[in-house]
Design a protein around this ligand. Structure first.
Ligand code: UDP
Length: 234
């Protein structure tokens, strides 16, 4: 295996599968199987999930809500997704812990960095819920922050496209995928990898990012083994 400890970021939307809203159980099961296979190779796995399939603060603000209030709702949405994934992971036999940035003692542990690291060392899959716990941030920022805190080797951003392209591949058929690109080039070309707060955090802390297609089963394993099927930003 190429890495020892990884942080996997999944968007909330990826959990929708073919649905328009909410959680597709088959998709979550597929993710759980893929995660189990990689875990079986001895990798330590931490996960951050978004909430966009349920609630997005920015969209709610546009329809008149107070932004901070809406963002807290978005963070709660990430906890719902985290619980769904936790259930699926346990159904396939993995040991898990859900740690959240907002305390919810009846359903999960509060985020404590040392405890998170200990869980990973013991072979538990750790899910970080409720983003950073702060409004005006995103779960990409939470992924970057937690990855740095736990000293992950890499952030794996699982999306529905298989990497970063020279242009939007859904609009421009001549678009080509980068195997590897530097942080500087991403800025210079105005490419969209993560929001800027998250991206800068990764750059400043020399944390590489790999963007890959998580929806094809087996891809997560290929990435963990170091195959160049996505785009590496470093
Ligand atoms: N959010 C937040 N602070 C955080 C992480 C998330 O306020 O640290 C809120 C924000 O409103 C966001 C929502 O939670 O719109 C869902 O997260 P995100 O949009 O990052 O999910 P994704 O796009 O990955 O599904």
């Amino acid at each position: 295996m190429k890495y020892k400890r990884i942080l996997l970021k999944l968007s909330g939307e990826s959990l929708m599968g073919e649905k328009q809203y909410g959680i597709d159980n088959d998709r979550v099961k597929q993710y759980a199987e893929d995660i189990k296979a990689v875990h079986a190779q001895g990798l330590e796995i931490a996960i951050v999930i978004g909430g966009g399939n349920i609630f997005r603060g920015l969209s709610a603000e546009k329809s008149g809500m107070d932004r901070a209030q809406a963002d807290y709702m978005g963070m709660l949405a990430t906890v719902i997704n985290s619980m769904a994934l936790q259930d699926a992971l346990e159904k396939v036999g993995l040991k898990t812990r859900l740690l959240t940035a907002i305390k919810m003692e009846q359903i999960c542990e509060p985020f404590i960095r040392r405890r998170a690291v200990r869980h990973l060392e013991k072979g538990r899959v750790v899910i970080f819920g409720a983003g950073t716990g702060n409004p005006y941030f995103t779960t990409d920022s939470a992924a970057a922050l937690r990855a740095i805190e736990i000293k992950a080797d890499v952030v794996l951003k699982g999306t529905r496209v298989d990497g970063i392209y020279t242009a939007d591949p859904e609009k421009d058929p001549s678009a080509v995928r980068y195997n590897e690109i530097s942080f500087k080039e991403v800025y210079a070309k105005g490419l969209n990898v993560m929001d800027m707060t998250a991206f800068t955090l990764c750059e400043e802390n020399e944390l590489p990012i790999i963007v890959f297609d998580m929806n094809k089963t087996g891809n997560f394993m290929k990435i963990a083994q170091g195959e160049e099927i996505g785009t590496l930003v470093k």
